[in-house]
Design a binder for this molecule. Structure first.
Ligand SMILES: Cc1cc2nc3c(=O)[nH]c(=O)nc-3n(C[C@H](O)[C@H](O)[C@H](O)COP(=O)(O)OP(=O)(O)OC[C@H]3O[C@@H](n4cnc5c(N)ncnc54)[C@H](O)[C@@H]3O)c2cc1C
Length: 459
């Protein structure tokens, strides 16, 4: 059954119908970013009474709060690229395309689509509501308690008021693994040897003519020249260069700082340092032809943490698995993004593509908590080693691991465990995964009605 048909199926579902109060759910998803939206919709479409809790005022996570405006991981880097993430992701792209709020695929170090962040917020609202997800915004999970090896409930805080919600199973899509950490489930910060992907503050510049071509090399040259003139402080020299649909605003991810997002002094210092740098980058951008009248539209609003805590799961996906094109019997999603690593010491970055620029399998094991049987990871919290984690964290893949985690959580709520074949069937019915034969047939197609290729983003 295809994804859109499932919306009609949800209306007819009786399995989990209103037999419990508003504070009791089958599945609770913590965090309303890409992974959380994927998880909540995946759980709800699978029949679970689902609550999605988000501490911010909108869905989207980094796409709404940290200026991340491209969907990576949806397509392979092959020529032509193949789309490997469907399901909820495809629904997002379709609805963005109806609003002319997403570009066709671009090639840089991988293949990505640029979207308008305001349209994205509305699309995510609608997708969740259409799927029957219960939404709770401005709701920060501040406590979680375990009973034996199960997570039993979480306490939410909204403007100093507290409420407790319970569920049979949970997905931690908070990016920082906050649910797992609060519950005392097994987590780790980064990877062995203090390895963490560097964070960056997104900067968005307006006042740039739509005709002006700005490349990563232009930014690097402008920063080098400005440094010589004594302007600063700067950290990164280069970044992917994105031009937004509608406004042609320029978004880059250069202002960076080495900080610990779990430590309030450290993250405060990062925010202050990032804003200081943003002003220096503005001066540099203004030296590029066509950018003389540039101004800073926004920073962040929050500093962008690429990596924080992961859940320790039954399996840790390794970059060796990716390079060996390892097949997993419990494959529940496909990855396509390479190992994109931003160095904390040098502020440089490297990207290592998957073999043949193709896709790789992601097993359910790297979403299942090692010590809490009804808790799943999704998105940034999923378990991968340094390079695999750096690859599977991106938005497109986060939606895919989220959808899988949500559907798995629904099964736990329903039958007390996970049947892998049933889960794979459910995901196939939700349109998320495809058979290898189908993948071989797929060739890149921009979503119907999408905006024309956006030249400004090429670099
Ligand atoms: C600077 C930068 C540039 C990037 N560029 C790209 C790019 O171009 N393309 C791409 O695809 N990816 C990019 N990424 C990676 C991508 O943004 C993340 O990996 C992705 O957002 C992960 O999605 P997520 O849903 O797991 O986490 P997040 O997007 O971080 O969402 C987590 C959500 O959980 C909420 N939350 C946290 N704690 C709680 C709590 N206690 N209670 C309730 N809610 C809570 C947060 O408010 C947030 O909304 C970039 C990342 C950074 C930092």
């Amino acid at each position: 059954m295809k994804y859109s048909l499932l919306f009609s199926r949800i209306v007819a579902l009786t399995r989990f119908q209103n037999t419990r109060q508003d504070c009791e759910f089958d599945v609770i998803v913590g965090g309303g970013g890409a992974a959380g939206v994927g998880a909540a919709v995946g759980a709800s479409l699978a029949g679970a009474k689902t609550l999605l809790v988000e501490s911010g005022g909108s869905l989207g996570g980094a796409a709404s709060l940290r200026g991340v405006i491209t969907y990576c991981g949806v397509y392979t880097f092959e020529d032509p690229p193949r789309q490997v993430v469907h399901g909820v992701m495809q629904e997002v792209l379709k609805r963005l395309a109806r609003r002319s709020a997403v570009t066709g695929p671009h090639r840089h170090r991988g293949v990505f689509l640029v979207f308008d962040p305001e349209a994205n917020k509305r699309v995510l609202d609608q997708i969740c509501l259409d799927a029957g997800v219960n939404l709770s915004l401005h709701s920060r999970a501040i406590r979680a308690h375990k009973e034996g090896d199960r997570l039993a409930g979480i306490v939410l805080e909204t403007a100093g008021e507290f409420s407790e919600v319970t569920a049979n199973s949970f997905v931690d899509a908070t990016g920082e693994a906050n649910l797992a950490h609060l519950a005392g489930a097994s987590t780790r910060y980064g990877n062995a040897g203090n390895q963490l992907n560097l964070g960056s503050l997104a900067t968005r510049f307006g006042g740039i003519s739509a005709e002006a071509s700005v490349t990563a090399d232009d930014i690097a040259a402008a920063v080098a020249e400005s440094r010589e003139r004594g302007i600063g402080p700067f950290s990164k020299d280069r970044s992917v260069v994105c031009r937004l649909p509608y406004s042609a605003d320029l978004v880059i991810y250069v202002a960076s700082h080495d900080y610990d997002p779990r430590n309030r002094s450290s993250i405060t210092e990062a925010e202050l340092a990032g804003r200081r740098q943003a002003e220096a980058y503005l001066e540099a951008v203004r030296t590029i032809p066509g950018c003389e009248r540039a101004y800073l539209v926004s920073t962040g609003p929050e500093f962008g943490t690429r990596e924080s805590r992961h859940l320790n799961c039954e399996y840790r996906l390794t970059w060796r698995d990716v390079m060996d094109r390892r097949g997993f019997e419990d494959c529940i999603a496909l990855g396509a993004w390479g190992a994109e690593w931003h160095e904390r010491e040098t502020f440089g970055s490297v990207m290592e593509a998957a073999p043949g620029n193709g896709f790789y399998q992601i097993p359910l094991g790297c979403l299942r908590s090692v010590d809490t049987c009804n808790l799943l990871a999704a998105g940034r919290t999923a378990d991968g080693d340094r390079k695999a984690g750096a690859a599977i964290r991106v938005l497109g893949t986060a939606i895919a691991t989220g959808q899988a985690a949500g559907a798995a959580a629904s099964q736990i709520a329903d039958i007390g465990g996970i049947s892998v074949p049933d889960l794979q069937r459910e995901l196939f019915e939700q349109g998320q995964t495809a058979t290898p034969e189908q993948l071989a047939e797929m060739r890149v197609k921009p979503p119907q009605g999408s905006a024309a290729e956006f030249d400004g983003a090429s670099h």
